[in-house]
Design a protein around this ligand. Structure first.
Ligand code: FES
Length: 288
């Protein structure tokens, strides 16, 4: 074969192949345009997308039902084994033991109970324990009768008993009949022995009332209330005379002031002794 023949055959083959390729490309452009996918590719993509959606959304109700029916087919329901009930047996506290919280709770309650019990027992014993003499609020011994009288006279008419918070003064025995019916019965034993105990607290507003040696009265420095030597009111804003305590006398001659019993002072205007001021007053004169 000559070279010319080979060239001619090659040219013809190229022309034929080029024509076939051109025809194929022209057909696809007529149907979907350039870049369109083939039917097989589209079908494959659709199937893959459906499978992916099913996997994401989980099984459908129909598929679950179908699986259940298939699983029950040919099977029976299991029946529980019949067993007798087991009786309850409480736990042994010794075996359980005591927790830390329980221990502290019980210790606290025990200590509190013991403390309250001890306090109550001590109070009860103290309440019942006999006291020979007591402080203010009880019966206060102020010494023997003779010593008290001499103390009054050496004190220029006044004897102060600090433990009893009281002034002891002489009450004229010759006027005791005047006092009957005016002074309380509890004060009469003292009056009949020529003594009276007056509470130092002013019945006006509670100041301590001192004695006044010059006037021989009690004269309150707070607002000027005045009382004679036996505590009967003589002037000032006080609503009554000085309050009193009963006096008791033992067989051995000891004198007690019963500071647990406060006897209200006599009313304004009572003046059984008739004692007037015997000298200058110690505080400013008031309405006496
Ligand atoms: S307190 Fe004594 S006169 Fe007022």
């Amino acid at each position: 074969m000559s070279a010319t023949s080979v060239i001619i055959i090659a040219v013809v083959a190229v022309v034929v192949l080029g024509g076939a390729a051109f025809a194929s490309l022209a057909r696809r452009s007529d149907v979907r345009g350039a870049g369109a996918l083939s039917d097989e590719t589209v079908a494959r993509d659709r199937a893959a997308r459906k499978a992916r959606q099913t996997a994401e959304s989980g099984p459908t109700a129909a598929s679950v039902e179908a699986e259940g029916v298939a699983a029950r087919a040919g099977t029976s329901v299991a029946v529980a084994e019949d067993r007798a009930p087991v009786p309850f047996v409480p736990a042994d506290p010794e075996a359980i033991g005591v927790s830390r919280r329980q221990f502290f709770n019980r210790a606290t309650i025990s200590l509190m109970s013991a403390g309250i019990g001890a306090f109550a027992a001590a109070s009860f014993v103290a309440f019942l324990w006999p006291t020979k003499t007591g402080g203010f609020g009880g019966k206060v011994s102020i010494g023997r009768y003779d010593d008290v009288v001499s103390g009054i006279r050496s004190g220029r008419g006044f004897f102060y008993a600090p433990e009893a918070r009281a002034w002891i003064t002489e009450y004229p025995v010759d006027v005791v009949p005047k006092a009957e019916g005016i002074y309380k019965e509890s004060l009469m034993p003292g009056l009949q022995r020529g003594l009276i105990a007056s509470y130092q607290k002013c019945p006006h507003l509670g100041c301590r009332v001192p004695e006044c040696s010059s006037s021989q009265w009690f004269e309150c420095g707070c607002h000027g209330s005045m009382y004679n030597r036996v505590g009967e009111k003589k002037g000032g804003p006080a609503p009554r005379g000085l309050d009193h305590f009963p006096l008791e006398f033992s067989a051995s001659g000891e004198v007690f002031v019963d500071t647990g019993t406060i006897v209200q002072g006599v009313p304004i205007g009572v003046n059984t002794t008739g004692q007037e001021a015997e000298g200058p007053h110690c505080v400013g004169a008031s309405d006496h």
